[in-house]
Design a protein around this ligand. Structure first.
Ligand code: PSU
Ligand code: MN
Length: 301
C-alpha cells in the first residue's frame, strides 16, 4: 500500500467531485532558487484557488506521500537542504528510509493518480535530453505520461532538451500533445517552435472534452496540454539558445549528468540570463496553474 496522506481539504474536494489541480514539488526544491521558490509555490496555489479549484501540492515528507501540502510543509520544501529529487524509481527508497522528497512530474503523476486527481500543472515536462540518442537520458516523465491518465498543463518541455525527439517519444508512447491556443509546441521560454502540433484547443471546455474522450480509450494514459508562456514574459528563441549552449558546455565540463542535470542547467540559465529566464519560468508556472484550474473546473461540470 502506498503511504498516501491526503489533506482533509483535498479529500473533501475529491469526494464531492470538485475540481482539484495537482502541483509538483521538484520545481520548488530544485527548479527555482530560494526564497523566490516559496513565493511562486504559494502563488501557484492561490491562482488555482482563484480559478475555483483546490490545489494539491505533492511531496514525500518523512516517508509519507503528502497530497495537498499545507503552507508549513511548502515552506519546509522551499528551504530544507536534504530534500531529494524523487522520480518514480526513487519513491520506494525514500518511503522506506522515512526521508523527504520533492516529486518530479513523473512521481507527482503517479501519486496524484493514486489519489484520484485528473489534472496537473507544471512549468515544463522532462523529455529527451540533447544527445539523448547516445546517452539515453530520457526523462521518466515521458514513460509516466504513457501510462497515467492525467492531463498535464505545461509550456511544453524545457528548451534545454531536444524538443523534436521529445515529441517523437510522446508519439511512440501514445500521448496526445494539444496546443492550448497555439499551433506549435511551445519552447518553454519562447512561445513557439518550428514543431507543429496536430491538436489545437481553444477553450477549457474543448480540453475537458478531449480529456474525457481520451480517458475512455482502453489503456489510455496521460495527455500534454501545451500552454505558451505569457507574451509579455516570453524570450525570443535565438536569445535563449546562446545561454543554453553555454550552460550545456558548462555542465559537460563539470561532469554533471543523471538527475543533477536539469537543476544544474536551470540555475546556469538564470545566472547567464541575469535572471531573465527565471522571470519567464515564474510567469509561465502561474499561467499554467490558471489554465489547469479552468480545465479542472470544466472537467468537473
Ligand atoms: N519544469 C520546471 N522546472 C523544473 C522541472 C520542470 O520549470 O524543475 C522538473 C520537473 O519536476 C520535471 C523534472 O519532472 O524537472 C525533470 O527532470 P529529469 O530530466 O531528471 O527527469
Ligand atoms: Mn534524466
Amino acid at each position: 500500500m502506498l503511504p498516501l496522506e491526503i489533506s482533509p481539504v483535498v479529500q473533501r474536494a475529491l469526494e464531492t467531485g470538485a475540481p482539484v489541480v495537482a502541483l509538483e514539488s521538484t520545481v520548488i526544491a530544485h527548479g527555482l532558487p530560494a526564497p523566490r521558490n516559496l513565493d511562486v509555490a504559494l502563488a501557484c496555489e492561490a491562482v488555482v484557488r482563484a480559478g475555483g479549484a483546490t490545489p494539491a501540492t505533492i511531496a514525500v515528507l518523512n516517508g509519507h506521500i503528502v497530497v495537498g501540502c499545507d503552507t508549513g510543509q511548502i515552506e519546509y520544501l522551499a528551504q530544507a537542504s536534504g530534500v531529494e529529487k524523487v522520480s518514480r524509481r526513487d519513491l520506494a527508497a525514500v518511503i522506506v528510509g522515512a526521508r523527504d522528497g520533492a516529486t518530479t512530474v513523473a512521481a507527482t503523476l503517479l501519486c496524484a493518480n493514486a489519489a484520484g486527481i485528473k489534472v496537473m500543472a507544471t512549468g515544463g515536462i522532462g523529455g529527451v535530453h540533447r544527445g539523448g540518442e547516445t546517452t539515453l537520458d530520457i526523462s521518466a516523465d515521458l514513460q509516466e505520461l504513457a501510462q497515467t491518465p492525467i492531463a498535464v498543463v505545461c509550456s511544453g518541455a524545457k528548451s534545454i532538451l531536444d524538443l523534436s525527439r521529445t515529441l517523437e517519444v510522446l508519439e511512440t508512447n501514445g500521448v496526445p500533445v494539444a496546443g492550448y491556443g497555439t499551433s506549435t509546441f511551445p519552447a518553454f521560454y519562447s512561445r513557439t517552435s518550428d514543431l507543429p502540433l496536430d491538436i489545437q484547443l481553444g477553450s477549457a471546455n474543448e480540453a475537458a472534452a478531449l480529456i474525457r474522450t481520451h480517458g475512455a480509450i482502453p489503456g489510455a494514459g496521460g495527455m500534454v496540454i501545451a500552454n505558451p508562456a505569457p507574451s509579455e514574459n516570453a524570450i525570443p528563441a535565438g536569445e535563449v539558445e546562446t545561454w543554453i549552449k553555454t550552460a550545456l558546455n558548462e555542465a559537460e565540463a563539470a561532469g554533471i549528468h543523471g538527475k543533477e542535470l536539469t537543476p544544474y542547467l536551470l540555475s546556469a540559465l538564470t545566472r547567464l540570463s541575469a535572471g531573465a529566464t527565471l522571470e519567464t519560468n515564474v510567469a509561465l508556472l502561474e499561467d499554467n496553474a490558471r489554465v489547469a484550474a479552468e480545465i479542472a473546473v470544466a472537467l468537473a461540470t
